[in-house]
Design a protein around this ligand. Sequence first.
Ligand SMILES: *Cc1c(COP(=O)(O)O)cnc(C)c1O
Length: 362
Amino acid sequence: MEKRVYNFNAGPAILPEVVLKKAQEDLFIYPGTGMSVMEMSHRSKSFDKIINDTTANLRKLLNIPDNYHILYLQGGATLGFSLVPLNLMPPTFKADYIISGAWSKKAAKEAKRVGDVNIAASTENENFSRLPKQDELKLSSDAAYVHYTSNNTIYGTEYKTEPEVGNVPLVCDASSDILHKFIDVTKYAMIYAGAQKNIGPSGVTLYIIRDDMLERSSSDLHTYLNLATHASKNSLYNTPNTYGIYIMGLIFEHLLENGGLDAMYKHNLQKAELLYNYIDSSDGFYKGTVTEKEDRSLMNVTFRCLNEDLEKKLISEATENGFVGIKGHRDVGGLRASIYNAFPLEGVEKFVKFLQKFKENN
Ligand SMILES: *Cc1c(COP(=O)(O)O)cnc(C)c1O
């Protein structure tokens, strides 16, 4: 068999090996059914169990109370950018957006098609190299909600705690750091996340939404665009990404079996510290792109090397050595090591050694 590489891709991204192997084992025949999960009716008893177990395990992991619905939809977080304002902006049609990167900008752009968007803060003129600070936020008291992005996949910044927004419902795009640690879901009115960075394959988007938010959705909305539709049908109004939900379920189970989200967080901290500490101690040969250290992401480590020629060389040598996907996003340049939940500590250790050697040779 061919060897697996160390996969630093930003998304779709690395998945836990044990989950892939389990899926492989059951790919041909899912126990007790005589068929693959891919061939199963989404209305069958077997799939009902898969989706309900997936939800139950997610509730356990995040301690999600009963007054929240969990939905599995399609369209990525990108459709979420539209579903959030379409469903949650009524009746006032005013919302606050914190702009900390390209994804929150895109979210705000869609919201503007629905109602008034107040940009509560933006760090765009600093090329999103840090997060807006709490005292920079200009929040409106009559906003239908405040929207923010918990982890900026492209710029390598991540909120360590939620922005404080008083009594206004908080909505979060958590696509690239959901389940990297335990969070208090009750602080949120809604969390949504494309699965393909930290919790599954592409093609399924997770929504965690508080019941009172669903009451805002107008019955005039197109049926699929109405979140209340999906909540009332347990995400089975139409055919969902059944296989994607199944893989998410395996990942949630895997997290529970390995100490839950506190253990996951420790693992993530350890990996990120190892890499950032090395970058900071490299006498400027490598340099983190985030200007405020406390804003650094545990998921996407963005950094530069002395000059662009060396960066090109580094990317090419890294690939030859089995470290794949470290080219930075074109908006930032340089390098980006995405070290999501499933990325092993040993891979970061080896990558740091590789960076050391590259520095010595250049
Ligand atoms: C990747 C990403 C998106 C876009 O996700 P799609 O599933 O491609 O629509 C949105 N927000 C964040 C924070 C992301 O990292």
